[in-house]
Design a protein around this ligand. Structure first.
Ligand code: BTN
Length: 326
């Protein structure tokens, strides 16, 4: 654990109280001058740390920036997700960064955030707008023990986890549109891009790429998106703390990843169905050049959407775009 993480942990543990320089130096086995230097550095990053000669140090406020040590300190211990967190000011796509780490053999659970992406991508080859410091743009490396045909379970689990994190941090009640769009009052606020490397019978690694439109203003969206996309800030009428939301997302994902790993996909699927806008609806699915119409019946055991077509067949849908027929 880095010194910054330990200092932030100690300041947080003191809650409203203060911690003296002497206590910190003793606890962390470094000189008081070293503690002071780290505190100055944290202040330069925007942490509001009061230093009083009598009381010691007190954490008064934290900036709305993503700082790996701060995220690690807030997150605490998880089973898999977030045991290693890296933050970039700018990158092409966080999925690209994770892919490189995956090929270098890095352990699962590493999370990469970027304050902005120059080539953020969405599903079906679409662009994903990622303006600086307005959203959460992150990717996670997983090495699940799954067959490739069951990898969609991870997408389903990420959507349930992301939905819960948004609800707990904002009080909003998001819905899930198949496969993994998070909607608020019918407008998209977050999306998930799952990329995978697999052999015939087993998954080598999965990259979960998550984009959440947190503090974008209406004007940040191009006109053609304003009717279909929104941000948490726009729906709530006030900004949302990105570091707090980031940590909530990682905690919920860790929980659902454990559920999948311990064979509890049925419980995840039930939760997904309870919040999904798709099941029970007449829908049109576009996948490649195909258009399939039918009624969305349920989620299969592998996470696929089971669609009763207009001709009465049951089709397993694992990709594409869904439109609800009104
Ligand atoms: C979608 O709904 O189409 C999926 C959007 C996924 C966007 C995220 S942002 C972080 C990660 N990096 C990317 O380039 N894409 C995903």
């Amino acid at each position: 654990m880095s010194l910054d993480v330990q200092i932030l942990n100690a300041l947080r543990a003191a809650r409203d109280g203060a911690v003296s320089g002497a206590e910190l130096s003793q606890k962390l086995h470094v000189s008081r001058a070293a503690v002071w230097a780290r505190i100055e550095d944290l202040r330069s990053l925007g942490y509001d740390i009061e230093a009083s000669p009598h009381r010691g140090y007190r954490l008064l406020g934290t900036p709305d920036v993503l700082h790996a040590d701060d995220l690690l300190s807030r997150l605490g211990k998880t089973k898999v997700i977030g045991r290693d967190i890296r933050v970039f000011e700018e990158t092409t796509s966080t999925n690209d960064v994770i892919e490189k780490l995956a090929r270098d053999g890095v352990k699962e659970g590493v999370v990469v955030f970027a304050e902005s992406q120059t080539r953020g991508r969405g599903r079906l080859g679409r662009k994903w707008m990622s303006p600086a410091k307005r959203g959460l743009w992150l990717s996670i490396l997983l090495r699940p023990d799954l067959r490739p045909q069951d990898a969609t379970r991870l997408t389903v689990a990420s959507a349930t986890a992301l939905r819960r994190a948004i609800e707990s941090q904002t009080g909003l009640k998001p819905d899930i549109k198949w496969p993994n769009d998070i909607l608020i009052y019918g407008k998209k606020v977050a999306g998930i891009l799952t990329e995978m490397s697999a052999e015939l019978d087993h998954v080598k690694y999965v990259i979960l790429g998550i984009g959440v439109d947190v503090n974008l203003s209406q004007g940040d969206f191009p006109p053609e998106l304003r009717k279909v996309a929104t941000s948490l800030k726009a729906e709530l009428g006030k900004p949302v703390s990105r570091p707090e939301l980031a940590v909530a997302v990682l905690r919920e994902l860790d929980h659902d990843y454990a559920r999948i790993a311990s064979g509890q996909f049925a419980a995840v699927a039930d939760e997904w169905e309870a919040h999904g806008t798709t099941i029970g609806q007449e829908v049109t699915i576009r996948t490649g050049d195909r258009r399939i119409r039918g009624r969305a019946e349920s989620l299969g055991e592998d996470g696929a959407l089971l669609l009763r077509t207009e001709h009465g067949h049951l089709e397993r849908i694992i990709g594409g775009d869904v439109t609800l027929e009104k």
